[in-house]
Design a protein around this ligand. Structure first.
Ligand code: PLP
Length: 408
């Protein structure tokens, strides 16, 4: 028996590999501040639960393969409010943005074809691209340029005869980079000129902290209808990760047919979750404003705390709810194990996502971390203080740095 080459090219989720060590630390009585997973803590709108409580079909049947008709209508209406008009068949409901990404990769990639992705990127992209036999061509960025990647020269230099797509996350996870209108236009032009798919993961669309960005979407550029694939989800928008509802939006008919075959093979997305998600699309617009204001405050707290730690390099992220920072430690993976196994400050420690798995290029991101600011203000402040103490003690005990004064 043999495991497939594609499966062997995939990696375990870097965000989840510390779990057993976290369980062991908790068993020792440590309190862990979790900054490692993008699981929003804001309450899911009650409309979701009410809709599910009111569900009274006698049989829990499969729903339609392209998605529940009511949910598709709700998504269509949501896009209309963004000035994007879609036909119902332009929307295929999926089990989260995750399935939207997987089905898109399966639909457009052949073995050894290439996808250009700015790095650092959401690590599960590796799994989706590799599951389809594809290859990631990483577009390099760096912390001191605030991880910005929208350069025509840099992107075009990576295009080869095997390139099938450019894949971007806007606003970005892990970097929080938000593209300007001009940058979006330029990337759209490149996709069009080179006849490439443009996969635009917009699951954080509502989380832009400078009002000049509005609620950005590539779907406004009607001249790239054939190229554009939008990845969307209710997970972050409505603080409803467990609903597992997302969608692919594309006006490309050939791609719609390809995606639909995969949708049919998995029969249907969970019926009840689609009922709940439909109700989410009716929540008052104020919900987004409250969520955005809260995350903006948290971002400000994390960035100002990080800037007080000597040796940290951090740029203010403009969107999503993550900040990528370079820490003055040798290896953030090693540092994370140490924080869980060897360290606590008055019984507290902290978890983040080490930077290296967000990169395709070996050796990059070793001293970077992604911090998800998904805790309340007080917890965030405490978590950042614990992190600062952890860095100082680690430098002293493990890296044998002598210059900082350290309280053990
Ligand atoms: C950039 C990005 N895309 C897609 C997803 C998938 O989310 P879901 O499957 O919950 O919609 C995530 C989840 O963290 C993400 O960060």
């Amino acid at each position: 028996m043999q495991i497939s080459i594609n499966a062997n090219r995939c990696e375990p989720s870097p965000m989840r590999k510390f779990h057993p060590y976290a369980v062991a630390a908790e068993a020792q009585g440590k309190k862990i501040y979790h900054l490692n997973i993008g699981q929003p803590d804001l309450p899911t709108p009650p409309a979701y639960y009410e809709a599910i409580r009111n569900f009274d079909e006698k049989t829990l049947a499969y729903d339609a393969s392209p998605g529940n008709a009511g949910l598709i209508k709700a998504v269509q209406k949501y896009y209309k409010k963004l000035n994007v008009s879609l036909d119902p068949q332009d929307i295929l409901i999926t089990t989260g943005g995750s399935e939207a990404l997987l089905l898109t990769c399966l639909s457009i990639l052949d073995p050894y074809t290439e996808v250009i992705i700015p790095e650092p990127y959401y690590p599960n992209y590796t799994t989706f691209v590799h599951a389809a036999g594809g290859v990631i061509r990483a577009l390099p960025t760096n912390p001191w340029e605030g991880y910005r990647y929208a350069s025509r020269e840099r992107i075009e230099s990576l295009i080869t005869k095997n390139t099938r797509a450019i894949m971007i996350t806007n606003p970005g996870n892990p970097t929080g980079v938000v593209l300007s209108h001009e940058e979006m236009r330029m990337i759209a032009d490149i996709a069009k000129e080179h006849d490439l798919f443009l996969i635009c993961d917009e699951v954080y669309r509502e989380f832009c902290y400078d009002d000049k960005f509005g609620v950005p979407t590539m779907a406004h550029f009607r001249d790239i209808d054939e190229n554009l694939v939008i990845i969307d989800s209710v997970s972050k928008r409505f603080s409803a990760c467990g609903a597992r509802i997302g969608c692919v939006v594309t006006r490309n008919k050939e791609l719609q047919s390809a995606l639909l075959k995969f949708c049919q093979s998995r029969l249907s997305v969970a019926t009840i979750d689609q009922i709940g998600a439909t109700a989410l699309y009716d929540v008052d617009h104020e919900f987004f404003q409250i969520a955005k204001d809260e995350y903006r405050r948290r971002r400000d707290t994390v960035v100002s705390k990080l800037r007080q730690i000597p040796g940290v390099v951090v740029e203010e992220p403009m969107g999503a709810f993550y900040v990528m920072a370079s820490l003055p430690v040798d290896d953030t993976d090693k540092f994370q194990y140490w924080l869980l196994e060897q360290f606590s400050d008055r019984g507290d420690t902290v978890m983040f996502a080490p930077g290296a798995p967000f990169y395709e290029t070996p050796g990059k991101g070793l001293n970077e971390v992604r911090i998800a600011y998904v805790l309340n203000q007080a917890d965030l402040e405490r978590a950042m203080d614990v992190l600062a103490k952890g860095i100082a003690l680690y430098q002293h005990q493990v890296m044998k740095v002598k210059s900082h004064s350290v309280e053990a």
